[in-house]
Design a protein around this ligand. Structure first.
Ligand code: FMN
Length: 217
């Protein structure tokens, strides 16, 4: 298996898949990588639907703006964020786990102050709209874990965010499950694409404010 660094360097968006099936153990391993991802307050909002059925993949292709490779891949993992993981009951459960596992004792700064935490806990419940940012951000982390594990196992993936709003209706899923991405999974076919361009380090590195000032004078 590749190291994390090797997988990060070698990963590409794969849009051509061989028809060969992939073993259940591999699917389980990529899901396990997703399961172990970190999340704010350990809410773990992600859930995954593993789709192997040809007809369902065909329908997924249609829902995802007719992107052909979605039907081609032997497995498609549909990734959702579950708003229920932010419910008061879920919050209470995670808080108890924090206490049971000794996490509270490791907190520092204002977060270590029980009064500050109590005030945070008693804040009004956020709206669905407000929850979408943490829900998507945290689910993205788990998805990228999954993608890198797939790469390390020699599988190809492609993040797919382009989709119409019909996923829940097609799978008969409730509204609390928010579709986040669709990940086709399979052995890459044909040539592995070259590395896509990336911004240079200088372009993504911000200068500390003091340095800006010094340059201005
Ligand atoms: C959130 C997200 C959504 C994306 N949605 C699509 C998509 O719908 N269709 C597609 O072909 N590629 C999609 N991509 C892949 C990007 O185009 C690709 O990651 C980018 O061009 C860099 O290429 P690379 O992944 O090969 O390094 C998506 C990537 C991300 C991270």
């Amino acid at each position: 298996m590749l190291t994390v660094w090797e997988a990060i360097k070698i990963r590409r968006s794969i849009r051509k898949f061989a028809p060969d099936d992939i073993p259940d153990e591999m699917v389980e391993q990529v899901l396990e990588a997703a399961r172990l991802a970190p999340s704010g307050s350990n809410r773990q909002p992600w859930c995954f639907l593993v789709v192997r059925d040809r007809e369902a993949r065909k329908e997924l292709r249609r829902i995802c703006l007719d992107q052909r490779f979605i039907e081609e891949a032997p497995v498609v993992i549909v990734c959702f964020g579950d708003l229920e993981r932010y419910s008061p009951a879920a919050r209470a459960k995670r808080r108890q786990e924090f206490m049971d596992s000794g996490v509270l004792a490791t907190l520092s700064g204002r977060l270590a102050n029980p009064e500050v935490r109590a005030a945070m806990d008693s804040a009004p419940a956020p709206s669905r709209q407000q929850l979408l940012t943490p829900l998507i951000a945290n689910t993205y982390i788990a998805i990228e874990h999954l993608v890198l594990m797939a790469t390390a196992l020699g599988l190809g993936t492609c993040w797919v965010g382009a989709m119409s709003g019909e996923l829940n209706r097609f799978f008969g899923l409730p509204d609390n499950l928010v579709p986040v991405a669709v990940i086709p999974l399979g052995y890459p076919a044909g040539e592995i694409p070259p590395q896509r361009p990336r911004l240079a380090l200088e372009e993504i590195l911000l200068k500390p404010p003091a340095q800006h000032k010094a340059e201005e004078t």
